[in-house]
Ligand binder design. Structure first.
Ligand code: NAP
Ligand code: F7E
Length: 346
């Protein structure tokens, strides 16, 4: 039975990856950080499963990272742990670098200094944010990076330190350069989930207005379930390598809102430009407005990936289309809200 460690198991990807690896008959060791409130909501459904284990740990704490690796002796390590919110990284840049950049280094150092260096395969959760102010369209493994936030700069460090440890110490260390991927388990402050939740609440009369930032930003949005399969495939290759994982299609934030509203049967009428853009429902109520609060000091305007290398080497391509993704997210939020709030009110 193969053993895997997932740093960041309580996050969106960590929870889907744990589901995926358990189905593949792995013994899965998830690392969760200490929190004063419950942070295991996304893995509660597998909590009691036979081959699933949770351990306390934090990627800012080298000794625990080392102890866990030496104790568990994994075949594969997935480093998904991060302060992963781009806007927040401008507010807490040092902490972001500590988890995202140095967190990866701490795990790599723990592998290097253990006697398991030849056995362990390491996956680093890289990001399309590294392309930032894009130097080429579409972006591939060869496109130069131009990071635009403390988060993205930290991911560039993590990317290169992973390559350095591969070349210097012959560690099987790989980078996935993943474009945005979403799901009903997406964190509530990322734009897609913010939209699916807010419009569902507005439809049910639980919220009046949605405040957003830059409506024109474009992202290459895929489904997290497809993307964790790619993470696993990257570690199953004969040689360690780096891969762009994307859908090859991009949409604006405004398009995401329009499609979500359509699935909820809300007819939107847009008025105004830039920060003054507003959207009204069929009754003439203003239900969407822009706020400076959600603009970033430096924005990534557009991202579009090419995953030809992943298709060729991994035989990977995304199964879930943009329309299906939006529908699933909106349906999930609407149904859950209806079940939990509307019934209680009666
Ligand atoms: P997420 O939902 O924010 O999950 C991040 C995970 O990291 C959570 O389990 C979080 O714990 C944990 N974490 C945060 N700080 C930690 C620390 N100091 N020590 C240990 N664990 C810590 O992110 P995601 O969307 O699943 O993404 C997974 C990884 O892929 C991240 O590295 C992210 O930067 C990267 N990535 C994501 C995307 C995307 O579109 N989703 C695209 C490219 C790359 P809590 O649950 O306690 O907060
Ligand atoms: O923003 C714009 C915002 O926060 C997407 C992380 O998983 O993917 C994610 O980073 C776009 C940006 O994701 C709001 O300005 C407008 O242009 O959902 P997001 P992100 O910044 O692309 C990458 C690949 C990662 O690696 C990250 O870890 O939407 N936007 N209005 C807004 N964004 C937010 N959050 N909230 C708004 O109200």
């Amino acid at each position: 039975m193969k053993k895997a460690i997932i740093f960041g198991v309580t996050g969106q990807d960590g929870s889907y990856l744990a589901d995926f690896l358990l189905k593949k008959k792995y013994s899965v060791h998830g690392i969760k950080r200490k929190s004063s409130s419950f942070n295991t909501e996304r893995v509660n459904h597998i909590f009691e499963k036979k081959n699933f284990y949770l351990h306390y740990g934090d990627v800012t704490d080298s000794s625990t990272v080392q102890n866990l690796i030496n104790l568990i002796k994994p075949d594969e390590i997935y480093n998904l742990a991060a302060q992963s919110h781009v806007a927040v990284s401008f507010k807490i840049p040092e902490y972001t670098a500590n988890t995202v950049a140095l967190g990866s280094l701490r795990i790599l150092e723990a592998i290097r200094s253990s006697n398991l260096r030849k056995k362990i395969k390491f996956y680093q959760a890289g990001s399309s944010e590294m392309f930032g102010k894009v130097q080429q369209i579409p972006q591939t493994e060869k496109t130069p990076f131009y990071p635009r936030s403390p988060y993205a700069v930290s991911k560039v460090f993590a990317h290169w330190i992973t390559i350095n440890y591969r070349e210097a110490y012959k560690i099987f260390a790989c980078n996935g350069i993943l474009f945005n991927h979403e799901s009903p388990r997406r964190g509530e402050t990322f734009v897609t989930r913010k939209i699916s939740l807010a419009l569902s609440k507005i439809k049910l009369g639980l919220q009046r207005k949605l405040l957003v930032g830059n409506l024109n930003a474009k992202r290459d949005w895929g489904h997290a379930k497809d993307y964790v399969e790619a993470q696993w495939l990257i570690l199953q290759q004969k040689k360690p390598n780096d891969y762009v994982i994307s859908t090859g299609e991009n949409h604006s934030v405004k398009e995401f809102i329009d499609l979500s509203a359509k699935f909820l049967n809300i007819k939107l009428r847009w008025k105004g430009k830039g920060i003054k853009t507003k959207a009204y429902d069929q009754k003439g109520n203003c239900i969407i407005e822009c706020s400076k609060k959600y603009y970033r000091p430096t924005e990534v305007d557009t991202l579009l990936g090419s995953s030809l290398k992943a298709k060729k080497d991994l035989n990977w391509k995304p199964k879930i289309k943009f329309n299906q993704l939006v529908k699933e997210m909106v349906n999930s939020d609407y149904m859950n809200l209806k079940k939990n709030y509307v019934k209680k009110k009666r």
